[in-house]
Design a protein around this ligand. Structure first.
Ligand code: HEM
Length: 388
């Protein structure tokens, strides 16, 4: 811990439960901000600085740390917790499962999933659009995309929600509990798929070679830990944000119902504007100066995607939600070599789920209190809605 004065705390949100005002203030007052939380860390809030850091893994490395706070479980969360050149091989294990043509070919399955989840909501005048639709949809769509057997879907989802809770509360025992459950699953699956290989993710991992060698069990464990968190919570939070936005902006819901071809553009704006994943981490491995602030080797640095996505120097009218804005230069899915490998899955899931929800529910409005999460996700846990 240093004796630096804290510029902000990620544990304190704006009165509305978001960080929009906080980040606007930080971009102007302390764009490279120090916080004493989580053992002390730097936060980069300007788009230009976030992009430069992503381009410079020799200074801002993902291998020692990829989250703030740092969670060291003794194995790397792959492919994120690695730097090139190893990262290229690690990432390539996932790309066939998440490639755009494959994901687009799965649209009918995602649509069926959405309709199945909507069916029991049809007769209800009130329900929780996050708990009863966004969260199960995102989890099940991820399992579908990764060919996870259906009897494991509920367990996958419980891992995700516990990992996310553990991250924001620093609850190490909870994350160890999830890690143990994932480890047991990985052990079972390795045995099963070694004997009966198929077209599923585990079989692909067993066939993969990194530097000419097979993946180790701790590495496979690390992939599953990352996928259960990065692959579910991001999409479920974005979908929750989308449904909250549409429940409180009926004019936007009406426009998307009338012009569904605008939905993909609206998805980009939702992810930019609401920044479901607030920030992830790097470790400075050399001393470096940014905007006059001295970052020392060994210090943790958060790349604050949600702040960069509203940088007034990059986006016109950055703090306004513009439904049909052509979003370019977004960093909400990251930037550079670690650019989100699941971005197409996230986008397609969101577009299908929004379209199905709008088709089914002609009118819906917010009917109670919104449940939100704090750093590192701007998550939505509850969106109670009333339909008419
Ligand atoms: C709206 C939804 C999503 C958002 C906003 C999002 C955001 C991000 C961001 C910002 C990064 C960059 C991390 C960094 O550089 O430190 C990232 C990477 C990653 N995301 Fe996503 N993500 C989403 C959906 C998904 C989905 C559905 C998957 C499913 C597999 C996924 C899996 C990953 C993985 C594995 C990485 C690491 C990539 C690498 O290291 O090469 N994400 N995501």
């Amino acid at each position: 811990m240093t004796d630096r004065t804290s510029d902000w705390s990620p544990l304190v949100t704006d009165p509305d439960g978001t960080y929009a005002q906080t980040f606007q203030d930080m971009r102007g007052r302390c764009p490279v901000a120090w916080s004493n939380d989580f053992g002390g860390f730097w936060a980069l809030t300007k788009h230009e600085d976030v992009v430069k850091a992503c381009k410079n893994p020799a200074v801002f490395s993902s291998a020692p740390q990829f989250t703030v706070p740092h969670l060291d479980l003794g194995f790397p969360w792959l492919p994120l917790q690695s730097d090139a050149p190893a990262h290229t091989a690690y990432r390539s294990v996932l790309t066939p499962f998440l490639a755009k043509p494959r994901i687009q070919g799965m649209v009918p399955q995602f649509r069926e999933l959405a309709r199945n989840l909507i069916a029991p909501l049809r007769g209800k005048s009130e329900f929780d659009a996050s708990m009863e639709f966004a969260q199960p949809f995102a989890g099940e769509a991820l399992c579908l995309a990764l060919n996870v057997p259906e009897d494991m879907w509920a367990e996958f989802r419980s891992w995700t929600s516990n990992i996310v809770t553990a991250f924001s509360t620093g609850n190490l025992p909870l994350i160890l509990e999830v890690s143990n459950a994932v480890s047991e699953y990985v052990t079972r699956e390795i045995k099963d798929k070694s004997e009966n290989p198929g077209d599923d993710l585990m079989s692909a991992m067993l066939q993969a070679r990194v530097d000419g060698r097979p993946l180790t069990q701790p590495e496979i464990h690390g992939y599953y830990m990352l996928l259960t968190s990065a692959g579910h919570d991001t999409s479920s939070n974005s979908l929750g944000q989308a449904l909250l936005h549409l429940a409180t902006h009926p004019e936007h819901a009406a426009r998307l119902r009338a012009e569904p071809e605008l939905i993909p553009r609206a998805v980009e704006e939702i992810v930019r504007f609401y920044g479901p994943l607030i920030g992830l981490g790097r470790q400075a491995v050399q001393d470096v100066e940014i905007r006059g602030r001295q970052i020392k080797a060994g210090e943790q640095v958060a790349l604050v995607w949600a702040a960069a996505a509203r940088d007034e120097e990059q986006f016109e009218d950055a703090n306004s939600f513009i439904l049909d804005r052509p979003v370019t230069r977004s960093v909400s899915f990251g930037f550079g070599t670690h650019y989100c490998v699941g971005a197409d899955l996230g986008r397609v899931q969101l577009a299908v789920a929004i379209e199905e929800f709008l088709t089914e529910f002609g009118n819906f409005e917010l009917s109670g209190e919104v449940g939100r999460t704090i750093w590192p996700t701007q998550g939505i846990r509850n969106v109670p809605v009333r339909t008419s």
